[in-house]
Design a protein around this ligand. Sequence first.
Ligand code: ZN
Length: 339
Amino acid sequence: MWVLRQRLSAALLRIIGITTTRKARGNAAEENLSNARRWAKILSLAVPGQPMPRLVCFALSARDRERVRSALREAERLIPAPPNLRVLAVGRRSGTFAKVSACIPPAGRGQFGKLWHGNSLAFYYRFQEPFLVVFYTRQNAYLRRNRNAFVGLLLHEMTHAVLDAQGVHRQLDRQFKAFVRRIDHLRHPRMETLYPVLADVGSIAKLALKELYMVAWLVQRGRGDYLLENYREVFPADRCPRPLFYRSRKSLQDPETFRLTFEFTLSMLAILLPLERLQSSAADEFLAHMEECYLVNLGEMIALFKPLRNLIRKRFSYGEGFQRAYFDAVFKAMRALIS
Ligand SMILES: [Zn+2]
């Protein structure tokens, strides 16, 4: 059971490969310049003497390179990518990391390394410029046989960059900080052990809201089918693990169970609620499959999150008012569970 939960958690992390944005520090112009030089140097390895290309491939066969190039062309036809977005397709992680991380300013390398070596099949990362989408072709076998799912994966990560460029991630960082300040004022007999878990719930909520925005943005633009195709590969219809996240409310006193239950519920809501708007039999089938095979034993959590679900269904927006209400709903659900 533990192993299953770990695996599921890993599967979720794989689809939520995103990270927070940080503001430029110090002399931004100078840093950006040396940053650009670093990139020019590393990228010129790929195309000597040429300006920074949109796509750089590492350790890919010629056929895979062509596959990636064509899927990216298709994704760029479907949504506008920020001009300073760079896409790195990585065939073999080892040996490549040193090259790529040399392009990241030292202060951003730690976080980048965590993502690179983590469970994600793909991730979006930004520390100053450029915006980066990284994905691994080896771990994504379906990329070879399901082009639409592959395009869906690219659209997913590119949309994080689009929303980041619009300043959405910065707003979310502000709301997250406000959430943590509210935790600071909570009184609870077990506060010392609870605090890190509650702060974790805040960052989980932030990541989930980034996912929600990404899915909703693509669905609103009529590109949800590609995303759905990708999710159908990640959660295939012939696998039904029916995970049990907790046995009783009491088991939520275990910090790890508490964190994992929140992570799973929030991530699921973030993906499934906006997909409800897709009107296709494939979407209906997928939602039914997720409900039957993943959202079991979460009845209590789902009930607890009813206000959050209603908020997302009825008052969804990219504005700070909605974001505040979203974090407030998460906070109230969390407080109800620890009281
Ligand atoms: Zn994501």
